[in-house]
Design a protein around this ligand. Structure first.
Ligand SMILES: [Fe+2]
Length: 207
């Protein structure tokens, strides 16, 4: 990611860069094919393999090597904003809201190599390999550290608060689950509750 840091030294500053700086960095970067090939981290048992190449108080940078045909779970980024550059393949990006306790798909877009997707704080989204000729590889930049994320377990119908070091799927390790809510609860409701878990709190799962 040498080119990324040369083009955008703000990523190495102590203060979290504003979203336009992150967006510009993702648009401008010219990844080296050789460097990219060496950086891929396939993880066929999961939606994508994670390679965190930058983890400061200001920025998290991650390269995702997607499992062909896979999608991640709907999730947020714990109040962090950021963007994703499609480096290879085609991405399907889905945006959701919790409406009356239902996780509702409100938008879907496809992005090809070279395109940049931007998301603000509190957005619930998911991404997946859209079946391009080459499997999906994406470059992610998030402002600030991500202490936790919200992940929606579609199979069990639960909302999970998970450690920020997790990927966008239900963690295998229960120790990475910081809170668990029955049904689908919006991230702002979880934030407002200030709770580690919904047990006994009577959260109703509505946004
Ligand atoms: Fe995400």
């Amino acid at each position: 990611m040498k080119d990324l840091f040369e083009r955008c030294p703000e990523l190495l500053a102590e203060a979290a860069p504003p979203l336009p700086v992150i967006t510009r960095a993702l648009r401008d970067v010219r990844p080296c094919e050789l460097e990219l090939a060496a950086a891929l981290r396939p993880d066929p048992g999961r939606p994508y393999g994670r390679r965190v190449f930058l983890g400061t108080q200001a920025v998290e940078g991650m390269l995702a090597t997607w499992t062909p045909g896979a999608s991640c779970a709907p999730h947020d980024h714990g109040g962090s904003s950021g963007g994703v550059r499609v480096l290879r393949g085609v991405a399907v990006h889905r945006i959701y809201r919790v409406i009356d306790g239902a996780l509702t798909l409100i938008a879907q877009e496809r992005a090809a190599a070279g395109e940049v997707l931007v998301f603000g704080a509190g957005l619930i989204h998911s991404m997946g390999d859209g079946g391009g000729e080459a499997s999906l590889v994406t470059l992610h930049l998030y402002a600030g550290p991500i202490p936790h994320m919200v992940v929606y377990d579609l199979e069990r119908g639960e909302t999970l608060k998970v450690d920020g070091g997790c990927g966008a799927w239900v963690p295998d390790d229960p120790a990475q689950i910081l809170g668990r809510w029955p049904g689908f609860v919006s991230p702002c409701t979880i934030l407002a509750s200030g709770a580690a878990s919904a047990v006994g709190l009577g959260l109703d799962g509505e946004s």
